[in-house]
Design a protein around this ligand. Structure first.
Ligand code: DAH
Length: 377
């Protein structure tokens, strides 16, 4: 019989095995050994894979069960392969394969349990239970009063304008006709930035007037609410910051009568229909003529009491006709246009409305104080 060459091998030429002459070597033994090694490796790989199994829902768990444990699953396939294992390897590989099956079953059951725990927790939720009461906050009294002021003037056609709290000398003082030696420019009254004397914290919201006039052509009808700063010692009656609302109306033929009418409407809306106003001559650098406005004391109805110090009147704001110098400084022709302005402290109006005795209460965030305004909300 002619000698058979490796090329004539009836085995497929894989793993380089065809180099062996199948009859001249214990070929089957070697092949079995290789199959055993490969099977062991597959089992070990699956063992590692099973340890890391994760699923997010019941469907995913079921998909994993089918992948590993069903009749056509990966572990059943390994049991099929196991049949070809040599008898001396059967014990070791058999134990390993059984361990794989138990581990996979345990891991999948574990995932099922933890998932049903979660389902259980959701099922325990009683959505019909009344929730624990959540404390409702209140609007700050300063915000309440500020909003009321804005509301009253917006019904007279005023719109809100805004400006920065850190300002420069020109907008706060020079444009508004303050003389260079005016005491308000003094360090004792104004917070300046030490490195640049031109930068300061605004002492009033009147500076928003000049910003608006520089940008906008008349007619102008703006309301400028905001926080202002003054170098004052903090006490029950003074603070280093407080809030103002400034009003400005510029058009052709605006008169003092318009100012008086706008303010009377405000006083009645804010303090009640019975409220009377009185205007006393005063001085502000940016208005000419200037006035201070009082309202009749709402505690005694004007008869005189300890609150109004017996006068029957309480002061609430400053006002006047815009000084022509201010109009010209801001690029508005004072021969064509005139206007009125007014400014009030929001804390002052709040004190009058709610009789708050100590100004510090507004910034201390004491909830017992703030809670008192719940009904005003
Ligand atoms: N700016 C003034 C102050 O802070 C308040 C004020 C008075 C504003 C008269 C005005 C005004 O517009 O016309 O004391």
């Amino acid at each position: 019989m002619a000698e058979r060459k490796a090329d004539d091998s009836p085995f497929p030429s894989f793993l380089g095995l065809s180099v062996f002459y199948w009859k001249s070597l214990p070929f089957c033994l070697i092949l079995r050994k290789i199959i055993n090694v490969m099977l062991k490796e597959k089992i070990n790989n699956l063992l590692a894979e099973i340890e890391k199994l994760k699923a997010e829902n019941a469907d995913q768990i079921e998909a994993l069960r089918i992948k590993y444990l069903s009749k056509k699953g990966e572990i059943s396939a390994l049991f099929d392969e196991f049949r070809t294992v040599s008898p001396e390897q059967k014990k070791e590989l058999g134990q390993l394969l059984n361990k794989l099956k138990t581990d996979a079953t345990n891991r999948i059951n574990e995932m099922k349990e933890s998932f049903s725990d979660k389902l259980g927790a959701v099922a325990d939720l009683d959505l019909t239970r009344t929730p624990d009461p959540i404390e409702l906050g209140t609007r700050h009294p300063i915000s309440l009063v500020r909003n009321k002021i804005v509301d009253i003037f917006s019904r007279q056609g005023f719109v809100v304008a805004d400006g920065p709290e850190v300002e420069d000398d020109w907008h706060v003082f020079s444009s508004l006709n303050f003389a260079p030696e005016h005491p308000a420019r003094d360090m004792q009254d104004t917070f300046f930035i030490t490195r640049d004397p031109d930068v300061l914290l605004r002492t009033h919201t009147s500076c928003v007037q000049s910003r608006v006039m520089m940008k906008q052509k008349p007619p102008i009808r703006v309301l400028c609410p905001g926080r202002v700063y003054r170098n004052e010692a903090i006490s029950a009656r003074a603070h280093c910051f407080f809030h103002q609302v400034e009003g400005l109306y510029i058009d052709k033929n605006v008169s003092f009568a318009d100012l008086k009418q706008a303010l009377l409407f405000f006083a009645k809306e804010m303090f009640g229909e019975e409220t009377k106003i009185r205007l006393r001559p005063s001085y502000f650098p940016f208005t000419e003529p200037s006035a201070e406005m009082d309202i009749s004391c709402d505690l005694c109805g004007g008869k005189g009491c300890s609150f109004c110090k017996g006068s029957g009147w309480v002061e609430i704001l400053g006002c006047g006709m815009v000084d022509p110098n201010v109009l010209e400084n801001c690029g508005i022709d004072s021969k064509v246009y005139s206007g009125f302005a007014f400014g009030m402290g929001v804390e002052r109006i709040t004190n009058l409305k709610y009789k708050v005795k100590d100004l510090r209460m507004f910034s201390e965030n004491d909830t017992r104080f703030l809670d008192e305004f719940k009904s005003a909300f």
